[in-house]
Ligand binder design. Structure first.
Ligand SMILES: NC(=O)CC[C@H](N)C(=O)O
Length: 211
C-alpha cells in the first residue's frame, strides 16, 4: 500500500453504506482485486452470474486471459447483461485482460473473440512480444498525485488509438497509452492489484460517488 496515496482515506461509502463492488470471477486474478477492494473498505464480492450484477455500485474486470474470459462470460450468460449494465452507466474498472474486455476494438483479436466494449479504444493484445512479456516501469499519473505509480505489465495490451470521449491517464516513455477513462469506465494495461499501490482502486471507488 502506498504511503502517499491522496485517496487512501476517502470513504468508499455510497448512500451511507460501503460501496458494493463486484469482481468478475470467471477467470484470472480476481482474488487479488477482492483483497485490495476489501482493504479499502468496500463490500467486495465475486460475481459470476447476471443476477449478481443487479445490486452493484461498481465492477472490476481482472487480469487473466481475455479470450478465455470472453468465452466464459458468454457461456455463463453474463456477457449480455454486463454489456447492458455498462451501457446504462455501471462503473467498471478493467485491468489488462479486463481492459481488452472493455475495448471497442482489438486489432489482433483471435478468430471469434468478442469484447463487451464501452471504451472507444483500439487495443493491441500482447503488445510487448514474447521476449519482453513482463516488465515494470514507473509512470507519472498526475491524476493520482505527484508520486509515480510503479506499474507491472504482464503480457500486457496497449491502447493504439482512442476516440475523443477517452481521457488518457498514463503513457509509457515512448508515448503509448496504458491507462484511460471514458465516462463510467476506467482501464489500465497494468496490474495495480499486485503492485501494493491502492491508488487506482481508491480512484475508482472515489468515482462511484459521482456516478
Ligand atoms: N495479464 C493479462 O491480463 C494478460 C492479458 C492477455 N495477454 C490477454 O490477451 O488477455
Amino acid at each position: 500500500m502506498s504511503p502517499t496515496s491522496p485517496h487512501r482515506t476517502a470513504s468508499p461509502n455510497v448512500a451511507g453504506r460501503p460501496a458494493r463492488v463486484g469482481v468478475l470471477a470467471l477467470q484470472g486474478d480476481f482474488r487479488e482485486h477482492l483483497a485490495v477492494l476489501a482493504s479499502l473498505g468496500a463490500d467486495a464480492r465475486p460475481v459470476r452470474r447476471a443476477s449478481e450484477l443487479d445490486e452493484l455500485d461498481g465492477l472490476v474486470i481482472p487480469g487473466g486471459e481475455s479470450t478465455v474470459m470472453d468465452k466464459l462470460s458468454r457461456a455463463f450468460g453474463i456477457a449480455g447483461p454486463l454489456k447492458a449494465a455498462i451501457a446504462s452507466g455501471l462503473p467498471v474498472y478493467g485491468t489488462c485482460a479486463g481492459l481488452i474486455m472493455l475495448a471497442d476494438r482489438v486489432s489482433n483479436r483471435i478468430a471469434g473473440q468478442q469484447t463487451l466494449g464501452g471504451v472507444d479504444i483500439t487495443v493491441q493484445r500482447n503488445a510487448f512480444g514474447s521476449q519482453n512479456e513482463s516488465f515494470e516501469v514507473d509512470l507519472d499519473i498526475p491524476e493520482l498525485g505527484a508520486v509515480p505509480v510503479h506499474a507491472v505489465f504482464i503480457r500486457a495490451p496497449v491502447i493504439d488509438q482512442y476516440g475523443p470521449a477517452v481521457t488518457p491517464l498514463a503513457a509509457l516513455p515512448d508515448g503509448r497509452v496504458v491507462a484511460a477513462s471514458q465516462g463510467n469506465l476506467l482501464v489500465t494495461s497494468f496490474h495495480p492489484e499486485i503492485m501494493g499501490d491502492t491508488r487506482f482502486h481508491a480512484y475508482f471507488l472515489a468515482g462511484l460517488h459521482r456516478s
